[in-house]
Design a protein around this ligand. Structure first.
Ligand code: FMN
Length: 226
């Protein structure tokens, strides 16, 4: 059922042009004009490890987000979250207001995660577990990083059921950095030009998901955001 409404935690005003279902399919560019505001898509660097290679990857993807005129972003680093020893999860979300408010406002999220024993770093899980309802019906895209040849494909597969439980909708176009130690020079400059095309496709798909889901949140009623 299509219905104009004001979701409890939406960040954008509903788009009057879309209260009526369009009779013709629209392009993403047309939807951008009709909804008339940039997407907000933060990026989260998922490991606190000293000398982490994933930081080069996250900084490079963040720069690519910043170059787009349809997306605003904000950089988050799990290193900056100081967790209490005996408290966990949503109970302490107000101790991290910047993260809380960014996800409330967000249309999507990019997660940059290294592969640690085919899984994700525990600190990344601790940050994601701070919130729940705030993620619902928003897009998430993964950037996998590994020393080995698989580019974090296994950690991304491990993340999918976890973010599904958070209510996030996962894109199917990941970005993978295998053998990451050879991908950047000592100044953090990416040495492989093939990533220029890859990151455009990755972000285009994320933008499609994020904008379409934003329209859905603003115009289609749901018990999670009405
Ligand atoms: C605890 C731990 C487990 C790891 N397990 C894997 C693994 O399963 N597969 C792999 O390709 N690399 C593995 N690595 C290597 C990382 O992929 C490598 O450190 C890479 O640079 C990305 O992680 P970083 O951002 O911490 O540097 C592991 C590294 C650590 C510290």
């Amino acid at each position: 059922m299509l219905q104009a409404g004001t979701p409890a935690f939406q960040s954008h005003p509903p788009s009057p042009a879309f209260f009526v279902r369009p009779t013709e399919p629209v392009t993403l560019a047309e939807l951008y004009v009709m909804t008339d505001s940039k997407l907000f898509i933060p990026i989260l660097l998922g490991t606190p490890r000293k000398n982490r290679e994933s930081e080069n990857v996250a900084r490079w993807v963040f720069a690519k987000l910043a170059q787009r005129d349809d997306i605003e972003s904000q950089f988050f680093d799990v290193c900056d979250f100081e967790f209490p020893k005996a408290e966990y999860g949503q109970d302490i979300k107000d101790q991290f207001p910047e993260w809380r408010d960014a996800i409330i406002k967000a249309d999507g999220l990019v997660i940059v995660t290294p592969e640690y024993n085919h899984g994700y770093p525990g600190t990344l899980k601790s940050v994601l577990d701070l919130l729940l309802r705030e993620y619902v019906h928003k897009a998430v895209a993964f950037v996998g990083v590994s020393a080995g040849p698989w580019g974090g494909t296994r950690v991304i597969e491990a993340c999918v059921p976890m973010v599904r439980e958070l209510g996030l909708a996962v894109t199917f176009s990941d970005l993978n950095f295998p053998k990451v130690g050879s991908k950047f020079d000592e100044n953090g400059k990416l040495l492989d030009e093939a990533y220029e095309n890859r990151v455009q496709g990755f972000l285009d798909e994320l933008a499609w998901m994020a904008r379409t889901l934003r329209w859905g949140r603003e115009n289609v009623s749901s018990k999670f955001h009405t």
